[in-house]
Design a protein around this ligand. Structure first.
Ligand code: MG
Ligand code: ZN
Length: 245
């Protein structure tokens, strides 16, 4: 096999780079009534980013502060093996590794957590929902694909707010970069679309016991998945795979 000189490592954030789900965790820490409401709204078919935007507005109205949200983010589970694994790859000169994040969380959550873990320089680009703090400390969250905006028309089952496959294509096209190898670390149903772009020399690191594993096992043939697949359960296994890169 030709040696790998350059590689792109793409990370989903929730349950992939981080060992929890940001949106749900915040309310599990700060307000379980609103955590329950999230589930109710989701079961009623409200789009997920709208669920998070609405419940975070309510948290603020009930007295939840920016400082409390930031502290909850800083203590969110994040495995030390994942920190070691990505730092080692980042600092290794050959192959040269570029990191890209594709996440349905939001800019505020991701940047706060990366800073707390000393990983604020990790990603070349973070593609996610835009968010900011209002002057009085309310998280203001918007959809990546605006409601009523042009749809992404993805045929691979992506939700209306983001097609990670199209985002990966756009990143590669925008930067004009070519990589000897691409790797993708993911767990969710919406992580299936981007790995359909992968070639046979690329590798998907699929978390066990979650929706992506189910899609890979049942839909790989139908959708023509070409890349290698490695399964992992704990972050230490991702570190192990990275150590062999
Ligand atoms: Mg995820
Ligand atoms: Zn898609």
């Amino acid at each position: 096999m030709a040696s790998v000189q350059s590689q792109l490592v793409v990370f989903d954030f929730d349950w992939s780079l981080a060992d929890q789900d940001t949106d749900r965790w915040i309310l599990e820490v700060l307000d379980i009534e609103l955590r329950r409401k999230m589930r109710t709204m989701e079961s009623e078919g409200v789009e997920w980013t709208d669920v998070v935007a609405q419940t975070m507005k309510e948290l603020h109205a009930r007295g939840g502060t920016r400082e409390q949200v930031e502290e909850a983010l800083r203590i969110m589970p994040f495995h030390p093996a994942m920190v070691r694994g990505v730092k080692r790859l980042k600092h290794q000169s050959t192959p040269k590794t570029t990191f890209l994040c594709l996440s349905a969380s939001n800019t505020v959550y991701i940047s706060t957590i990366l800073k707390a873990r000393g990983l604020e320089e990790l990603f070349d680009v973070i593609v996610t929902n835009p968010a900011k703090w209002s002057d009085d400390g309310c998280l203001e969250l918007e959809r990546r694909v605006a409601k009523g905006g042009p749809p992404h028309n993805c045929p691979n089952g992506c939700g209306p707010n983001m097609c990670k496959g199209a985002e990966l294509d756009a990143y590669l096209e925008r930067t004009g970069q070519k990589f000897d190898r691409m790797a993708y670390v993911g767990d969710g149903s919406n992580d299936f679309c981007p790995i359909l772009r992968f070639r046979k020399q690329d590798v998907a690191l699929v978390r066990k016991g979650r929706a992506l594993e189910t899609r890979v096992k049942h839909e790989a043939e139908k959708y023509g998945l070409k890349c290698q697949v490695k399964y992992w359960a704990g972050a230490w296994e991702v570190e192990e795979i990275f150590n062999a890169f």
